[in-house]
Design a protein around this ligand. Structure first.
Ligand SMILES: [Zn+2]
Length: 144
């Protein structure tokens, strides 16, 4: 079944790669017509770049594959609620659908910019929420 849960599992696999590198474990995939066209994970430490969030890289990679800058026929899956920066990028890309797992009470866009997304973007939250949240909890627990 190529449903939201299936693709969120793929995003979790990306988050796992970030975890293994000591990066905050956030993963993302972009799906177009039931096919994954981009996979990315957070690389802010590796690239020494605060903008290297999973979503930013997934959007860039997906546009490259599509040969166009808009992702209006795509779904972006990300394990954690996007921040304000990424919500802005998701809006600029006119992303068709956004699916995320865990909420981010501190840095998530919904707290600061609940209307940041493109009005046509369909939002689904809470997919594999506990798995996505546990990945973050485990990471920050190990950090301490
Ligand atoms: Zn972000």
């Amino acid at each position: 079944m190529l449903d939201d849960t299936y693709f969120m599992k793929q995003a979790l696999m990306e988050a796992d790669k970030a975890f293994a590198r000591g990066e905050v474990p956030v993963g993302a995939v972009v799906v177009c017509r039931e096919r994954i066209i981009a996979r990315a994970h957070n690389l802010t430490e590796t690239l020494n770049d605060v903008t290297a969030h999973a979503e930013m890289q997934a959007i860039t990679a997906a546009a490259d594959v599509l040969g166009g800058k808009y992702l209006n026929e795509c779904t972006l899956y990300v394990t954690v609620e996007p921040c304000v920066m990424c919500a802005g990028a998701i809006a600029w890309a006119q992303t068709g659908k956004l699916v995320f797992g865990a909420a981010d009470e501190k840095r998530g866009y919904r707290r600061y910019a609940p209307e940041a997304l493109h009005p046509k973007t369909v939002v689904v939250d809470g997919v594999l929420e506990s798995e996505c949240a546990d990945m973050m909890k485990n990471f920050f627990r190990n950090k301490r």
